[in-house]
Design a protein around this ligand. Structure first.
Ligand SMILES: Cc1cc2nc3c(=O)[nH]c(=O)nc-3n(C[C@H](O)[C@H](O)[C@H](O)COP(=O)(O)O)c2cc1C
Length: 344
C-alpha cells in the first residue's frame, strides 16, 4: 500500500514551497530507509551515446542543487535532471512563487532560478550515489548577466559539468518564463552567439536544448535548422507555459499537456529521419496512455514533474508495470522492439 496519499493530505495543507522544502529534507534525511528499485533491464534504451535505464525520467527544477540525487535515483526513474544551476548562487523571485491547482493537477511557478550555484552543485553531485541511473545537469544564466553576455555563463557551466565523470548529459535552459529576457535568447542572433561558443569546444557529453511550448511552428523550424549545424544533440520539449489568466509564471501539469503535445508532435514530424537530434518529451504527462501515444508518434524517453507531485512515487512503479505488461502483449523482448511493434 502506498503511503503517499496520506503524506500528500498532510503536506498539501502547507504552503507549496514550505511543503517542497520539508519533503526535500525528508528525502535527504531518510533516504537510507527507502529501498532501491531495480529497474527491469528490458527497459534500457540506447540513444545519443547514452544508455537510458528506463524511458521515465525526472524533469529539472525539483532538485535544483542536486541535494537528493541519492534518494531520487532509488525510485523507478531511469534518469534525472538536476538544476537549473547558474554560475553564481541567487535567491530567485520573491515569495509566494509556487502555486498548486490540485483540481486540475497543475502547478504555477515563478521561482526565477533560485539555486546555490556551480560550486555547491559540483560538491553535492560528488557526494551523491546515483544507483546506475543517468544524471543530467540543466544550466542557465544568472539574472544579473545580460543577454549579450549570457553565452559566457552557459559556457562556464557546460565546460565544468562536461568534465565531471558523474554527469551523463547537459541541458541548456533558454525557456524558463521566470528570468527576464531569457526566452528572447531563442531569437536567432542571441542563440547564434551561444552556438558559436559551443563550436569552440569538444564536448564529451551530449548537450540538449530545452525549449518553450509557446514557440510558433516557424520558430521551432528555425531552431531545428540551427541545431542541424551545431554541437547540440537534442531537444527537450517542453518547459512551462505562460497563461496570464492564472497569474505570473509558468504553468505545468495537466493544463500544459495539449500545448506541449502539439509542440512535441510537430518536432517529431520535423525530425523524422534525423537521427542526429534526439527529443526528450516533457510537459503534462500524467498517464501511461498519454506516454504511449507519444511513443507511437515516434518519441521515446520522457520526463515527468507535476504528475510526480500529485501522484507520488506510485506513478513510477505503475508506469514501469504498465510498460512491461504491454511489452508482453506485443511480444517485445525489450523497449527498442516494443517501440517498433507499437509503431507498425
Ligand atoms: C516548481 C517548478 C520548478 C521548475 N524549475 C525548472 C528549472 O529550474 N529548470 C527547468 O528547465 N525547468 C524547470 N521546471 C519545468 C519542468 O522541468 C518541466 O519542464 C515542466 O514542469 C513541464 O513538465 P510537467 O508538466 O510534467 O511538470 C520547473 C517546474 C516546476 C513546476
Amino acid at each position: 500500500m502506498s503511503l503517499y496519499p496520506i503524506f500528500k493530505s498532510i503536506v498539501f495543507k502547507l504552503d507549496p514551497e514550505v511543503a517542497h522544502h520539508l519533503t526535500m529534507e525528508l528525502m535527504r534525511k531518510f533516504s537510507f530507509l527507502y529501498p532501491t528499485h531495480k529497474i527491469d533491464p528490458r527497459l534500457s534504451f540506447k540513444r545519443n551515446g547514452l544508455v537510458f535505464p528506463s524511458p521515465f525520467g525526472l524533469a529539472a527544477g525539483l532538485d535544483k542543487n542536486a541535494e537528493v540525487v541519492s534518494f531520487l535515483t532509488k525510485l523507478p526513474f531511469g534518469f534525472i535532471e538536476v538544476g537549473t544551476v547558474t554560475p553564481k548562487s541567487q535567491g530567485g523571485n520573491e515569495r509566494p512563487r509556487l502555486f498548486r491547482y490540485p483540481e486540475i493537477e497543475s502547478l504555477r511557478n515563478r521561482m526565477g532560478f533560485n539555486n546555490h550555484g556551480l560550486v555547491t552543485m559540483d560538491r553535492n553531485i560528488k557526494r551523491s550515489l546515483k544507483h546506475q541511473r543517468l544524471l543530467g545537469v540543466n544550466v542557465g544564466k544568472n539574472k544579473i548577466t545580460s543577454n549579450e553576455d549570457a553565452h559566457l555563463d552557459y559556457e562556464k557551466l557546460l565546460v565544468h559539468f562536461d568534465k565531471m565523470t558523474e554527469v551523463d548529459f547537459l541541458v541548456i535552459n533558454v525557456s524558463s518564463p521566470n528570468t527576464p529576457g531569457l526566452r528572447s535568447l531563442l531569437q536567432d542572433t542571441a542563440l547564434s552567439k551561444l552556438f558559436e561558443t559551443l563550436e569552440t569546444h569538444q564536448w564529451l557529453k551530449p548537450i540538449y536544448l530545452k525549449i518553450s511550448p509557446d514557440m510558433s511552428e516557424s520558430e521551432l523550424k528555425s531552431v531545428i535548422e540551427i541545431l542541424k549545424n551545431s554541437k547540440i544533440k537534442g531537444l527537450i520539449a517542453t518547459n512551462t507555459t505562460i497563461m496570464t489568466e492564472f497569474g505570473e509564471g509558468g504553468m505545468s501539469g495537466k493544463i500544459l499537456f495539449e500545448k506541449a503535445r502539439k509542440v512535441r508532435n510537430f518536432l517529431l514530424q520535423q525530425l523524422k529521419g534525423n537521427a542526429d537530434i534526439h527529443l526528450i518529451g516533457v510537459g503534462g504527462f500524467s498517464s501511461f496512455s498519454e506516454i504511449k501515444e507519444y511513443w507511437i508518434n515516434g518519441g521515446d524517453v520522457v520526463d515527468l514533474y507535476s504528475s510526480f507531485i500529485f501522484q507520488g512515487p506510485e506513478l513510477l512503479y505503475e508506469l514501469e508495470n504498465d510498460l512491461l505488461e504491454d511489452m508482453i502483449n506485443v511480444k517485445a523482448p525489450d523497449f527498442e522492439h516494443y517501440l517498433k511493434a507499437i509503431r507498425s
